[in-house]
Design a binder for this molecule. Structure first.
Ligand SMILES: C[S@@+](CC[C@H](N)C(=O)[O-])C[C@H]1O[C@@H](n2cnc3c(N)ncnc32)[C@H](O)[C@@H]1O
Length: 393
């Protein structure tokens, strides 16, 4: 690879950070393909970025797990096309192959040619339709149409590590096109709070890392302060939203948060709610949880469908921290303070799911911090009245 520069070059830095997890004994994910793309040049570029600010590496590890979980969940719900915008060296078509699911990737032709060649040299099926183009300026919808994308199929879009390089007009244009033209579409993306972009966090390390990306020719130019407002403007509804700090507490409990950046970096999934799709329409939903699992694991393992969710096993769960006003949630009434708090967003957004099973849930109320055990019979569905971790039913 030649010198790592500009936004296209960030794909190599991200791939280096993503590869860190392969060294862990109990990894959040495995990516056996990503080492194919790495060399001394990419290592040097990644080290340059992270030397003074190691937390940036964990951002990628945690966010990879989030995007993986959402992808699994959406495929389980019946999504048949996966579109990866600004795919870089994403290997999900290799890591999540499914004969019923077609992958499409858009990125710079040079990045795609390099990636395809490295995969094929190693006898690995690219398993994707590569579209070498700029999805903002080259007309994303026409590009998709010309490349056999089916706008009628339930689709999930992965838009990872991209919004920070765009601006409000481009983000809204792309999101509106996705939501308006694809009959049933969910989209996961990550974003910084606007104060990171404006260098207003007051944290010198964050300011430094912002400067390092700018020096690479890939400045962060866009942040989001009000996700619900952006989503509404683009014809989307927010299904899920967490910060890196939330994921850090879930997956690495007890480990101190190394940087305030984790609170300023969010991951979300929005959808156009046009139709809710489900692969298994007749079977019940069985959530198999090992003895102590996190809420994100629970999200992955549950099998959701419009009619109901059946939980089995014992769950260690984390209450959702930020509820979207008006959104429907599944949770409990705290045994001490009686406030309702959520553990899952209701995928149907109706509050009319059938909840059943013989599961137990251990969870700490975010309002009074009382830790209690609940049975599946105690699950409640409620609509959030206001933002915050708990709400009245
Ligand atoms: C930070 S990397 C992230 C890559 C990948 N999504 C991941 O998380 O591993 C950003 C990628 O988005 C691509 N990208 C950014 N804006 C783009 C655009 N308008 N059209 C096509 N690709 C774009 C860049 O070329 C680069 O590969």
């Amino acid at each position: 690879m030649t010198e790592i520069q500009k936004v296209a070059g960030t794909a190599f830095v991200v791939a280096e950070f993503r590869n860190d997890e392969n060294q862990e004994a109990h990894p959040l994910y495995r990516d056996p393909f990503v080492p194919l793309f790495l060399d001394l040049e990419s290592k040097k570029a990644a080290d340059r970025i992270s030397r003074s600010f190691p937390p940036v590496r964990n951002n990628v590890r945690l966010r990879t797990r989030y995007f993986d979980d959402q992808l699994r969940l959406q495929i389980e719900r019946g999504r048949r096309q996966i579109l990866i915008l600004g795919a870089g060296l994403d290997t999900r078509p290799q890591r999540f192959p499914d004969r019923d699911v077609a992958y499409f990737e858009i990125d710079a032709p040079t990045t795609q040619a390099f990636k395809k060649a490295r995969l094929e040299e190693n006898n690995i099926d690219p398993n994707t339709t590569y579209i070498g183009a700029d999805y903002v300026t080259d007309g994303m919808l026409d590009l998709l149409k010309r490349n056999g994308f089916d706008f009628g199929l339930p689709t999930h879009v992965i838009w990872e590590g991209n919004t920070m390089y765009l601006d409000d007009a481009a983000v809204c244009h792309i999101l509106s096109d996705l939501m308006g033209r694809i009959a049933s579409c969910s989209t996961s993306f990550d974003y910084f709070a606007d104060k990171v972009i404006r260098n207003e966090t007051g944290d010198p390390e964050i300011t430094d890392v912002v400067g390092r990306f700018a020096a690479m020719g890939a400045p962060w130019t866009y942040g989001i302060d009000n996700l619900a407002e952006l989503a509404a403007r683009c014809g989307a509804k927010v299904l899920d939203c967490v910060t890196i700090a939330d994921l850090h507490r879930t997956f690495w409990p007890g480990q101190p948060l190394a940087s305030p950046l984790y609170d300023y970096y969010s991951l979300c999934t929005v959808h156009n709610a046009a139709s809710y799709c489900c692969r298994r329409r007749t079977a019940g939903i069985v959530a198999k949880a090992p003895s102590a699992t996190s809420i994100t694991n629970a999200l992955v393992r549950r099998r959701s469908m419009p009619q109901g969710i059946q939980f089995t096993g014992d769950y260690e769960v984390t209450a959702l921290q930020a509820l979207i006003p008006g959104g429907w949630y599944i949770g409990f009434a705290c045994k001490r303070c009686r406030q309702h708090f959520a553990i899952l967003s209701d995928p149907t957004e109706t509050g009319a799911l059938e909840l059943s099973g013989a599961a137990t849930f251990s969870v700490t109320c975010p309002n009074c911090e009382t830790r209690s055990q609940y049975s599946a019979r105690e699950l409640v569905q409620f609509q959030a009245a206001q933002g915050g971790p708990s709400s009245t039913a």
